[in-house]
Design a protein around this ligand. Sequence first.
Ligand code: ADP
Length: 187
Amino acid sequence: MGRRILFLGPPGAGKGTQASMLARALGVPHISTGDMLRAAVAAGTDLGRRAEAIMARGDLVPDDLVVALVEERLAEPDAACGYLLDGFPRTIDQAEALDEAVGEGAIEIALLLEVPEDELVARLLNRAREQGRADDTEETIRRRLQVYREETEPLVDHYGDRVVRVDGVGTIEDVFARIVLTLARTP
Ligand code: ADP
């Protein structure tokens, strides 16, 4: 089973939840650019101040900022034996920067969590009610889905035969079991 994995999939697909469970099971760090950026916003760092309004609109933080953040994180000792990337890369330029940083082919599996669009919108609106995240308003949700289709979906071609598709509809436990089974079957 691969230990250098990335999660692909639209906002609301459940990447964060599943990535954190899988990282724990595999004993590798869960590296989420969304979490890191939200932490930077909360801490009021220079990066956080630059990212805050962009994130609240549902747009992507500039590639150079995110790439620097991830490169720094991947240089930490706990990432030496593997990692699970969640929310990165999100653009072809980010994927190319990652290839350069870790070596082309270093990523063993790109796990694509698939969920139909109306289910995504329902989940994100629900999360908005529960967590009050600044980027979960209906308008921002539409924008994030559009950005996903335009900027991130082309990564499915970039990763080609390393892409493994998993149905993301069902309970958290069902989807996790599906992911583990799928990875166990992937050479
Ligand atoms: P979701 O998966 O629900 O879209 P994330 O927590 O992954 O949420 O990301 C939230 C926001 O953080 C994104 O809409 C974007 O503004 C910013 N962001 C996260 N990762 C990246 C990235 N790799 N490149 C650019 N912006 C990012």
